[in-house]
Design a protein around this ligand. Sequence first.
Ligand code: GDP
Ligand code: MG
Length: 172
Amino acid sequence: SRDFRVVVLGSAGVGKSALVQRWVRGNFREAYLPTIEDTYRQALGCSHKAGALHITDTTGGRRYRGLQRLAIARGHAFILVYSVTKKQTLEELKPLYELIRQLKGNNPQKCPIILVGNKCDESHREVSEKEGAAYASEWNCAFLETSAKMNINVQELFQMLINFEKKPATAA
Ligand code: GDP
Ligand code: MG
């Protein structure tokens, strides 16, 4: 099919669901609702025939490693989210990044990853923009700082994914 599956990964509380909600529904909730796994389907423009963008919003919990693995195996592109207010959440992405590379291979062209530092609206920071960018260049992936709360770079993030989708995976 022409469907393009995006998987959103990262520790609990970093704002994965908030980013997806902001983009899909245009709103933001302060309350924390734990996710197990949600999927969203957004139709792409008519140039994409019947294709759609599927977004899988995963859980960070260790109990759901199997679901996470399956989502990664089926994914075409990945959003790795940490919170700029908590350094640990950036470190916790490393095993997920490695699992993606293990399951999908090492070609960044074939399997785009975007590293996202969310909550950039917060004044209390543990991760600077420079530090986030350094991880991204080490992992050979794109990088953005976002705020689901203040609606910063959320459109840009999903636009980046749509642009990946437009380029055939073979056009390296
Ligand atoms: P998830 O577990 O990664 O899905 O995290 P959630 O999307 O449920 O968000 C966890 C908490 O962080 C919630 O209380 C959100 O309101 C808050 N949050 C999410 N995104 C942002 C953001 O961009 N800025 C701030 N300040 N808080 C956020
Ligand atoms: Mg969630």
